[in-house]
Design a protein around this ligand. Structure first.
Ligand code: ZN
Length: 111
């Protein structure tokens, strides 16, 4: 097992109750995301100001029930989500997804 395994997703599936998306990573860790959280984290130029890095996407404009209608692999490094609100510009790199997941876990532990 290499350090890179951390950033290799083996499968991306809905949880049993379909409330979350589960990513199972090659290093054995499983991450779960609420679809809307991922939509709000969209890294595209339409959602984040490229010059300042400030997020311009406002949560109040994102529907509570937004979900991915399709998930495409982009090369060997990223996922593209096609959201039910029609947005699909963001490329979520594996490293980005994994870091979001890890920081969420650390947040839970700190409480
Ligand atoms: Zn976006």
């Amino acid at each position: 097992m290499s350090a890179e395994d951390k950033y290799v997703p083996l499968e991306i599936v809905p949880t049993e109750d379909e409330a979350r998306l589960r990513i199972r990573w090659k290093d054995g860790v499983a991450s779960e995301f609420v679809p809307r959280q991922l939509r709000l984290l969209c890294p595209c130029a339409g959602c984040v100001d490229e010059m300042t890095g400030v997020r311009t996407l406002l949560p109040e404009y994102v529907d509570e029930s937004v979900y991915p209608m399709a998930i495409h692999y982009v090369g060997q490094y990223a996922l593209q989500f096609v959201w039910s609100d029609g947005h699909s510009a963001g490329l979520y790199t594996f490293a980005y997804l994994r870091e979001m997941s890890d920081s969420a876990l650390e947040g839970e532990g700190a409480g």
